[in-house]
Write a protein that binds this ligand. Sequence first.
Ligand code: MSP
Length: 536
Amino acid sequence: MSELPKTYYVTTPIYYVNDAPHIGHAYTTTAGDVLTRWHRQRGEDVWYLTGVDEHGTKVQRAAEAGGVTPQQWVDRLVEESWRPVLDTIDAKNDDFIRTTQDRHMERVQKFWDVVRENGYVFSAPYEGPYCVGCEEFKFPADLVPGTGEFDGEMVCAIHGRPPEQLSEDNWFFQLSAFTQKLIDHYEANPNAIRPQSAYNEVISFLRGGLVDISMSRSSVKWGIPLSWDGSQVVYVWFDALLNYITATGYGSEPGTPEAELFAKVWPANVQLVGKDILRFHAVYWPAMLLAAGLQPPQQVFAHGWLLVGGEKMSKSKLTGISPDLIIDHFGSDAFRYYFMRAIAFGQDGSFSWEDMSARYTSELANGLGNLASRATAMVGKYFEGKLPVDSAPTTVEANIQTLLAETVANADACIDELDFAGAIGHVRAFIEHINGYVTEQEPWVLAKSEETHDRLASVLYTVCESLRAIAVLYNPVMPKAMQNMWVAIGAQEALGEIADQDLTEAGAWGQLPAGVAVTKGASLFPRLVEPEVENS
Ligand code: MSP
């Protein structure tokens, strides 16, 4: 049988639909979208999955509090908030999984049947502290002393509330059987958990030894029943984690398109998670996969938190900011750019309106936007809107070509490390260089004399050809603005769709042919109109 080419498969966590999305959720989805758009533009076959986590106590209680059934609750939130936010942030996912879909529920049952047949599931009583916010049984070491209303009690370190005491007969997953296998796996594959701090955290947790973990709930009704015991539902995490394979055809009949997709995507290349859910993804999840005879993902990448007042932004703490609030003002491109550029992926960061405004103005509007509008306007004014021939190049232009080739290679290497800020930094440095070049060459002075006409042509050609490469490099980050720039410099007509341009070839000089129609389109990054602050 011939080997199918591996599809580059990226996932986000699936988000709880107990409430509407905030920018913390949009942050992960944006990162995955930039990453997958980049890989698509390398010409790779890509699959990008996101979705929602609809079962469990947290969602059940939110529905009860809202006075509707869980199904009504999730249907409304998914359609009114979670699907639309993908458009809002301009995400280009290939699929959207809901854990209430039949395809998911059937395959979850199938998966646990396999794990049970393989001998890793047994029945036992369980008692312990359970945090509904995390949907997780807690170990004593996970709890911290409470403050304020919970002074004197031990509380969940993430949610700041005391856990509930749960006691029930459960089915267990024999996690302890995988301690050494996982240690061996990670020692042999140090890139399987990134960044390094996350890798170290998981290894030290594994060295402490794994204990068996309950995989079902008898007290919860809103979930997927076990195929062999209808009185219990699958523990929400052991239902949710499976979305990554249920959405891509795990357990499908051989020969079907679903089975073919699964063969091409699995194991996933990158699974993005917030650092709060690292243990689920780098310990429980690969153990489950090994128990079912499947391979662990190639990489789990744990990014940091968006903080508010030094704490993780969250709806339960009423600190969640809606993506709409920011995008209505700055637009989706600036949102994507800002979060990928201002926070090192893997570290925590804070969002500030002032910082975003300042970067928008200096880096986007004045930096790139101005360069594009000046260049296109000058081609209009001095060459009747036709890109001139690069008639008198000098070493200055040759150096730009070298710098561009380096920029492309460096940015591409950063993306391999999921260093979005680094990749953007290289492109930004190139833009600054070109801006400096325009200032030094003074094309408006060259335009005054017929003798320097050829130099003027070279300078404007160089700037437009640089903009061509910048558009390709920035397209995964800011697809809307780069599409506009692409059209303005005549590249659409001459070179076809921007999304079809091979990123790795972006540094090859001279792709934009002389003679194409260059137009001064609408401003790429219009001036911001700050909302009026009411004086009280
Ligand atoms: N439903 C589980 C995940 C199951 S995956 C099989 C869950 N959902 S969640 O909605 O609470 O959070 C999901 C993800 O949202 C986090 O891991 C993280 O990627 C993102 N974020 C939520 N709040 C965040 C911040 N304040 N900052 C950055 N990302 C955050 O956990």
